[in-house]
Design a protein around this ligand. Structure first.
Ligand SMILES: Nc1ncnc2c1ncn2[C@@H]1O[C@H](COP(=O)(O)OP(=O)(O)O)[C@@H](O)[C@H]1O
Ligand SMILES: [Mg+2]
Length: 388
């Protein structure tokens, strides 16, 4: 899968940009704050309909403007598709998505059109921090190749929100409203089962790839990295029924707490090195290797699941790695279209064909200059996509 064109309008510090990237490596270098991450963020936005940053959504609209737009033309299995996402924060339907110039109603219809994996220094949090980052990692991976999974996630989340709101209002008054809780639980049970089954399958594939990748990057046969799926339904044969049973069992306690205390929204990945918890025992170097292995395994899992190579986004990760790990990473990603940001061009020794861009923001507006040819990638004849 390759991005043939990227179009931005009022996206962060980009007023407008039309970029025709290389099908191999695209390297963006420039000072801090020039707009390198913003560019990768836009690609991520096109793949998943949202930012990879916590500060996401509203803040991507360029200050003083009332909409932001990002779009890609993607070639996959010989077919070209055009996707644009327009974000209009002031309006009820905040995001307008067009696929092949026709507006689509549901996010799920854009999923998988562009698949990407983003590597960033925050990946260390996958090992060091709480379960929500690991769930997000799994969900983003599976959603990109399994539309049904993405829909199940949306339905489950909606049900969970309703159940939690009702639990809060029932606090101290547990008798009334139970039948409504049951209605929500029924609606959540199918999606819950689909989520658990999707995660099981993905982790089965992921765990072998992650272990293998860890061994390769660390060069240490004696260090065994294991990734397991941690869920109350891990070994369940009938997740739907088990989910309903769990909800019924926890109901009184959930009403007291005002929150749904168990379910797929509490799942986690178990990460161990030689059977010891990585979070507790791993050294800084081991954490780095594990985080990188998880990301590389994510990209390989995506490729296995969809038969397509995802686009890779490497945000400032090269300078974080020692030379050895860098070389290994470069070897691993050799046949993927890749977008790499770094502060210094010399951060990267590559023997692959590549295109190098210098990113600067002379008066607050990001500007890209292709250094091989001197082409500036903000043509005056920029044409805004037709939204009529
Ligand atoms: N909504 C926005 N409107 C205008 N500029 C923005 C907006 N959001 C962020 N910026 C600017 O983008 C720059 C940061 O870009 P970023 O891509 O993160 O930099 P880097 O090149 O270091 O990765 C900052 O100068 C910031 O002020
Ligand atoms: Mg950055």
């Amino acid at each position: 899968m390759k991005i043939e064109q990227l179009t931005l309008r009022n996206f962060r510090n980009y007023e407008q940009l039309t970029l025709t990237p290389h099908e191999g490596v695209n390297l963006f270098f420039g000072a801090n704050g020039s707009g390198k991450t913003n560019l990768l963020e836009a690609i991520h936005y096109c793949a998943l309909g949202k930012s990879h940053r916590v500060s996401g959504d509203q803040s991507v609209v360029r200050i003083g403007q009332d909409f932001a737009l990002c779009g890609v033309s993607v070639r996959s299995s010989g077919v070209r598709r055009d996707l644009t996402v327009r974000l209009i924060p002031g309006e009820a339907q905040k995001k307008v998505i067009q696929l092949d110039h026709k507006q689509i109603r549901r996010f799920s219809d854009m999923m998988g059109c562009l698949q990407c994996v983003i590597f960033s220094p925050e990946d260390l949090g996958l090992i060091r921090e709480g379960p929500s980052l690991r769930r997000r990692y799994l969900d983003m991976m599976i959603s990109q190749v399994n539309r049904g999974y993405f829909i199940a996630l949306q339905q489950y989340r909606a049900g969970l929100e309703q159940r939690n709101a009702l639990l809060k209002s029932l606090k101290g008054n547990s008798r009334s409203g139970v039948s409504v809780l049951e209605v929500f639980e029924q609606a959540m049970s199918g999606p819950a089962a689909a989520i658990v089954s999707g995660r099981k399958k993905a982790v089965d594939l992921l765990s072998g790839l992650a272990a293998e990748t860890y061994r390769e990057i660390s060069g240490r046969e004696e260090e065994i990295f294991q990734v397991g799926y941690h869920s109350v339904f891990r070994d369940s044969e009938e997740t739907e029924q088990d989910f309903l049973r769990l909800m019924a069992e926890n109901r009184e306690e959930d009403i007291r707490l005002g929150i749904t205390s168990a379910g797929p929204h509490r799942d986690d990945l178990n990460l161990t090195l030689n059977r010891r918890s990585m979070k507790v025992f791993a050294s800084q170097g081991q954490v780095r290797t594990a985080a990188l292995s998880l990301k590389l395994a994510q990209m390989k899992t995506l490729r296995r699941m969809s038969g397509e190579a995802p686009v890779l986004l490497l945000d400032d990760v090269m300078s974080e790695l020692d030379r050895e790990r860098r070389m290994r990473l470069v070897r691993e990603i050799s046949d993927f279209q890749t977008f790499i940001t770094c502060t210094d061009e010399s951060d990267l020794e590559l023997d692959r064909e590549r295109r190098i861009y210098h990113v600067s923001a002379p008066d607050g507006f990001a500007c890209l200059e292709e250094t091989n040819s001197g082409t500036i990638q903000t043509p005056a004849n920029f044409r805004e996509p037709d939204f009529s």
